[in-house]
Design a protein around this ligand. Structure first.
Ligand SMILES: Nc1nc2c(ncn2[C@@H]2O[C@H](COP(=O)(O)OP(=O)(O)OP(=O)(O)O)[C@@H](O)[C@H]2O)c(=O)[nH]1
Ligand SMILES: [Mg+2]
Ligand SMILES: [Zn+2]
Length: 303
């Protein structure tokens, strides 16, 4: 399934050597199966369908997902929104300026990727806008996330070499871009596949909030092979189905220290004899990362 616009689901399929597209509807019963899911079929899902007399399709079956990237719905705390299914790599796209990178967003995204076993990468786009003031900060973030094992790539739509590097990473894989509105997700895709020409935000009216130019996620082909899911900008990456006790398992730098905690139900927030707090105090865990951990723990304990 490549794009859903509410009523209709666009499905692409092979017929001999041709790639064809069909607009499908979804029988009501699918919508009832999982009450918490805002979208019963996600972009990237494999489906079986039948062709109706009027040439539209009816989806009959959704194949089991190999994996999926999911976040809390913005409408309800219980709601879950699948951003993309069956993906090889998820990219958190941030810009160095306009809007500024948000570490809280990146950390929530990474926790979800760890919990749902999806390879994660980080993109810092708009490097042409970097200033003396934030050059060191971007460098710091790059080193931090690389040291934790996440590939980090810097890009600008004005720097062809950086686009080639990105294209090489995306080649032959199914990837998804997620990030706040206005960071340049669609622009990057347009530059990698100029045939696509999706609408991008108008720079003259840009503000720090972005304009939410992309309204529906869509799976698009890449020129050298592979697919990319371009998603609408999101402000928050709320976690779902993660228990407070397991959170530290999804912070790679906490895996070793947590083995030294005195209590085996330690939340690493206030307990005496905590290996994680000790590692933090010794400077082995980055303060902002530990802060993200505490913030996420708080939100999980609230739910
Ligand atoms: N200077 C500069 N501007 C960029 C770059 N990439 C994108 N932009 C501009 O940033 C604005 C937003 O780009 P989009 O591609 O629409 O951003 P998006 O992330 O897809 O935003 P949503 O669809 O709203 O989520 C546009 O005006 C682009 O021209 C870049 O590398 N450098
Ligand atoms: Mg967009
Ligand atoms: Zn602990």
């Amino acid at each position: 399934m490549v794009e859903s616009t509410g009523q209709w689901y666009e499905v692409s399929y092979h017929n001999n050597s041709d790639i064809l597209k069909i607009n499908c509807r979804l029988p009501g019963r699918f919508r009832l199966e999982d009450h918490n899911l805002t979208n019963p079929i996600a972009v990237g899902d494999y489906v079986d369908f039948e062709i109706n007399d009027d040439k539209s399709g009816s989806i009959k079956k959704i194949e089991e997902r190999r994996n999926y990237l999911v976040r809390q719905s913005t409408h309800s705390k219980q709601g879950r929104q699948i951003l993309a299914a069956n993906i090889d790599c998820a990219y958190a796209v941030q810009s160095v300026q306009k809007p500024k990178p948000k570490q809280g967003f990146i950390d929530r995204f990474l926790v979800t990727c760890e919990a749902y076993q999806i390879s994660a990468c980080i993109i810092f786009n708009k490097t042409d806008l970097i200033t003396e003031k934030n050059r060191d900060y971007i460098k710091f973030l790059t080193n931090l996330y690389e040291s934790l094992g996440y590939p980090v790539i810097s890009t600008s739509i004005m720097d062809d070499k950086s686009l080639e590097n990105l294209a090489a990473l995306l080649k032959d894989k199914t990837s998804v871009f997620v990030g706040p509105s206005g960071v340049g997700k669609t622009s990057l895709l347009n530059h990698i596949n100029p045939d696509i020409n999706r609408q991008i935000g108008d720079i003259s009216t840009f503000n720090e909030k972005g304009k939410h130019t992309t309204t529906f996620a869509k799976l698009l082909p890449l020129p050298d092979g592979g697919y990319l899911v371009d998603t609408p900008g999101i402000r928050e990456f709320g976690l779902v189905d993660i228990e407070p006790w397991e959170l530290s398992l999804y912070f790679p730098e906490m895996l070793e220290p947590r083995q030294h905690c005195k209590f085996n139900n330690c939340t690493h927030s206030h307990e005496p004899g905590c290996g994680v707090i000790e590692a933090f105090q010794e400077g082995k865990i980055d303060p902002e990362r530990y802060n993200s951990y505490l913030n996420i723990l708080d939100s999980l304990q609230e739910n």
